[in-house]
Design a protein around this ligand. Structure first.
Ligand code: HEC
Length: 121
């Protein structure tokens, strides 16, 4: 029940912020969070807090096997088929998303609910 409510709340926030995950970054969001606010598999940095240059460098590095920690194999799988142009588009999409979506301080359902109420009032 609680979980369902959080789900619906997040959906409303998504609608309000007008975000729609494109196909390019949909898989990424599965691990990194809807707005790149999570540590993927508890291992990655929070991509939201990285600059465009850092993200781009990381993606190229994973592709070449020159960047990353113990789980870099996962990101190699995610990046090996990407062209430079696609990587650029992905980075742009992430940066735009992070610029236009405001997240609550903590990912706490109470805080999220409050922010929705604030928006509606
Ligand atoms: C299956 C889960 C998964 C998916 C899907 C995934 N990632 Fe990751 N990502 C990870 C993990 C785990 C790491 C940390 C890897 C390591 O040890 O370096 C990571 C690291 C990163 C980093 C660097 C963060 C750091 O710690 O330096 C970036 C940027 C990134 N991912 C972007 C993406 C993008 C863009 C996509 C989609 C094209 C994507 N990821 C898809 C799990 C995932």
């Amino acid at each position: 029940m609680k979980r369902q409510r959080i789900g619906i709340t997040l959906m409303i926030i998504g609608m309000i912020s007008g975000s729609s995950a494109s196909e390019l970054t949909q898989t990424c969001r599965g691990c990194h969070g809807e707005h790149f606010e999570r540590r993927a598999l508890n291992a990655s940095k929070i991509v939201r807090q990285m600059s465009a240059e850092e993200i781009e460098r990381a993606l190229h590095g994973y592709q070449k096997g020159t960047y990353g920690g113990s789980m870099k194999g996962i990101m190699f799988g995610q990046t090996k088929h990407l062209t430079n142009k696609t990587i650029r588009m992905i980075v742009e999409e992430i940066i735009t998303d992070c610029k236009y979506t405001k997240l609550p301080e903590k990912n706490d359902s109470k805080i999220i609910t409050h922010s929705v109420i604030d928006i509606f009032h």
